[in-house]
Write a protein that binds this ligand. Structure first.
Ligand code: SAH
Length: 229
């Protein structure tokens, strides 16, 4: 019995030690990679501090979870660099009662960040295995305000729209007209646009009085938005 207690306390000690390490790494990530580069939105910073990013990367890559880089998540896809996630989140100027659409669920990390801030998140993924795994991961983490669907996100999710904000996390060759149609008047969309595997432009598209205004924010490199045949 004594031995069992001893073994159990060692196991728990190791586990707690691990979680503490992740929390320290996460705090450091937020201060050095995000705040110091000019992200100030309180809700974005709080979300980046609270979502356990290491739970969204493959088990053998958890040591890379809080690094200043994208991480492979399988099927040739990546979870974006933390700064990029924070930048794209902040620029949407989210409010609590917002309904947000994400194209490119991937690991579900960006969806979780959004779900910390807004009431409802809808996210679409074209690779069934990734979408299914992300849905389960998010359910296990008790995110009950995220809906995941496996489909080609080019067409958006008309029945759930219109959306206050849309975030596309894969590079499109143009702004998909169905997404623009599902954006509310006064809404904002952030989307990388350009040729696959080349440098792309991160665009902020604002819809006002049913006209759109597009701003090029920076050059980026995202995995391509693929299309179902
Ligand atoms: N936001 C994700 C990472 C995105 S990587 C995260 O936080 O982990 C880009 C994702 O877009 C990949 O998972 C890729 O499969 C998906 N994707 C590419 N084309 C798509 C399309 N047409 N519709 C929906 N998802 C798409």
């Amino acid at each position: 019995m004594k031995e069992l207690v001893c073994i159990l306390s060692i196991v728990f000690a190791i586990d707690f030690q691990g979680n503490d390490d992740y929390e320290v790494a996460r705090k450091r990530m937020v201060s050095t990679q995000i705040k110091m580069r000019g992200i100030h939105d309180t809700a974005t910073l709080a979300a980046m501090l609270s979502v356990p990013r290491h739970k969204f990367v493959p088990a053998d890559l958890t040591h890379l979870a809080y690094r200043d880089r994208p991480v492979r998540i399988g099927y040739g896809q990546t979870i974006s660099q933390p700064y990029m996630v924070a930048f794209m989140t902040e620029i949407l100027q989210l409010e609590k009662d917002f309904k947000v659409l994400e194209i490119g669920t991937g690991s579900g990390y960006q969806a979780a960040i959004l779900a910390e801030i807004v009431d409802s998140v809808y996210t679409l993924e074209i690779i069934t295995a990734l979408g299914t795994a992300a849905k389960k991961r998010l359910e296990d983490m008790d995110y009950d305000n995220i809906s995941v669907k496996n489909t080609d996100g080019y067409f958006g999710w008309k029945e759930k729209g219109p959306f206050d904000a849309i975030i596309v996390t894969a590079a499109a060759e143009h702004v998909p007209p169905p997404l623009l149609a599902q954006l509310k008047d006064g809404g904002r969309m952030i989307i990388p646009v350009g040729s696959p595997f080349m440098i792309q432009q991160l665009l902020l598209v604002e819809k006002e009085d049913n006209r759109t205004k597009t701003k090029n924010l920076m050059f980026v490199r995202f995995v391509p938005l693929t299309r179902s045949d």
